[in-house]
Write a protein that binds this ligand. Structure first.
Ligand SMILES: [Zn+2]
Length: 159
C-alpha cells in the first residue's frame, strides 16, 4: 500500500508536470516545478529561458519567484517538486533558502549536484518518473540545437 507521502509526491509531481507542459505550449523547454508546504502549493513555475530570453528562469527559479518572499520558517518546511534534477544555480537557491526536501521527477536526461544538496542536509528523492523524462526527451529530439546550446552555455554534458 502506498503511504500518504507517496500519494502526495505523486500528486504534486503531476502539478509540476502540468507546469512543464505549459512551457512546452509556450514554445519553451518542458521543465516545471511546484513549492509545497503543509499540503499547500506556495508557488509554481516553469522554464522560461526561451519565452523570456532569460538566463535564470529555470522551472525552479520561476517557482521560487512566483511564491514571493516567504518567511524562513516557510522555506524550511517546504518541499520542492521539480520534473528534472536541479542544476547548480537552482541547487544554490534550494540551499540558500534551506528547502527541507526536494523531489525530482527524473535525473537521467541531466543530473545536477544532488550529492551537494544531500551534504547540505536537504532530503533528496528521485521518483524516476517516465512522463517527466519523455516530455523532455521528445523536446530535445525535436529541438536538439536549443538543448545543445543550453548545455554548451553552462558546460554541462549529457554523456
Ligand atoms: Zn536550474
Amino acid at each position: 500500500m502506498e503511504s500518504n507521502t507517496e500519494l502526495d509526491d505523486h500528486y504534486f509531481m503531476t502539478q509540476a508536470i502540468i507546469e512543464a507542459k505549459k512551457s512546452l505550449k509556450e514554445g519553451g523547454i518542458p521543465i516545471g516545478a511546484v513549492l509545497v508546504a503543509d499540503g499547500r502549493v506556495l508557488g509554481r513555475g516553469h522554464n522560461r529561458l526561451i519565452q523570456n530570453n532569460s538566463v535564470i528562469l529555470h522551472g525552479e527559479m520561476d517557482c521560487f519567484e512566483s511564491a514571493g518572499r516567504l518567511r524562513g520558517v516557510d522555506y524550511h518546511k517546504s518541499t520542492l517538486y521539480t520534473t528534472l534534477s536541479p542544476c547548480t544555480m537552482c541547487s544554490g537557491a534550494i540551499m540558500l533558502y534551506k528547502i527541507h526536501r526536494v523531489v525530482i521527477g527524473e535525473n537521467t536526461t541531466l543530473v545536477g549536484p544532488e550529492d551537494l544538496l544531500k551534504e547540505s542536509g536537504v532530503e533528496v528523492e528521485v521518483m524516476g518518473m517516465g512522463e517527466c523524462r519523455e516530455l523532455l526527451e521528445q523536446y530535445i529530439e525535436e529541438n536538439p540545437d536549443v538543448w545543445e546550446t543550453e548545455l554548451e552555455r553552462v558546460g554541462y554534458s549529457t554523456d
